[in-house]
Ligand binder design. Structure first.
Ligand SMILES: [Zn+2]
Ligand SMILES: [Zn+2]
Length: 263
């Protein structure tokens, strides 16, 4: 092996100098050698999850008479969570959206024990490898089940603790909300702005005008709020309609050549 870091398909550090502080546990090496990478997701027989950080895949299957080819499923990270999610279909046909780490542990470690939750090791939220152990600092894996108390303790130790909201929202007199960063709007107020912006976009009002009406200088920021809290489709850009420009140009042209109504 060279000095370069090796990464898996999610870009997680699998080996190399960056992982040198973590020890390879012989028990985990043995576990990995005896457990195939892909295991079925209980309750969804057309899907399998990888314990090596390669996510969730569908299998070749027949659906409504059509032959579907299996593939590794796309993941998405929503605005409110650091953890990649994906969507599969249960045996009874209903959709099942959950974090990749939840499918991996369900397939390889079984259901989450009562009173426990998923813990992520030093690899962070994108590292969904599981190695059969519960040390929490293993070179072979990153996921395990554990109690909330352990999770909180590790989060604080890793410097990832959530800071409390201690500043008043800039709209505090009206909403009474608190924020983490001074000079910001609280979640409730940001949601109000996002919904108003989304409604304006739907009414055909362009992003610049909508931002101005809501008291923001930056239309990009308002658009982000609309996507995050207002349900606005991120693929849709709301541009100034082109016809007013064309109309203006026509008026200018008519003025220039001296025809038309100028009153
Ligand atoms: Zn391990
Ligand atoms: Zn507020």
């Amino acid at each position: 092996m060279t000095a370069s870091n090796m990464t898996d398909s999610y870009g997680n550090l699998v080996s190399g100098p960056g992982k040198s502080t973590l020890k390879a546990n012989p028990a985990c090496v043995a576990w990995l050698a005896t457990h195939p990478e892909w295991a079925p997701v209980p309750g969804a027989r057309h899907y399998e999850a990888s314990h090596r950080g390669n996510g969730v895949r569908s299998l070749d299957r027949i659906s409504n008479g059509r032959k579907l080819t299996g593939k590794v499923l796309a993941v998405s990270v929503s605005g409110t969570s650091d953890y990649p999610k994906t969507r599969i279909v249960r045996d009874e046909g209903t959709r099942w959206t959950s974090e990749v780490h939840a499918f991996v542990l369900l397939a390889h470690a079984g259901p989450c024990p009562d009173g426990q939750e998923t813990l992520h090791g030093p690899g962070g939220p994108l590292d969904s490898r599981y190695c059969g152990c519960d040390t929490g600092a293993c070179a072979e894996g990153n996921l395990r089940y554990g109690t909330h108390a352990v999770n909180v303790g590790e989060t604080i130790a890793a410097g990832r603790a959530v800071r409390p909201a201690t500043f008043p929202c800039i709209n505090h007199e009206r909403c009474g909300g608190m924020v983490v960063n001074e000079g910001r709007r609280c979640l409730r107020c940001a949601t109000e702005v996002a919904r108003a912006a989304t409604a304006m976009y739907r009414a055909g009002i362009d992003e610049e005008t909508a931002a101005r009406r809501l008291g923001y200088a930056n239309p990009v920021w308002v658009r982000r709020l609309a996507v995050k809290y207002g349900g606005h489709d991120p693929a849709v850009r709301v541009m100034r309609r082109s016809w007013p420009h064309r109309a203006m140009a026509t008026v200018r042209y008519r003025l220039k050549i001296g025809i038309g109504d100028t009153t």
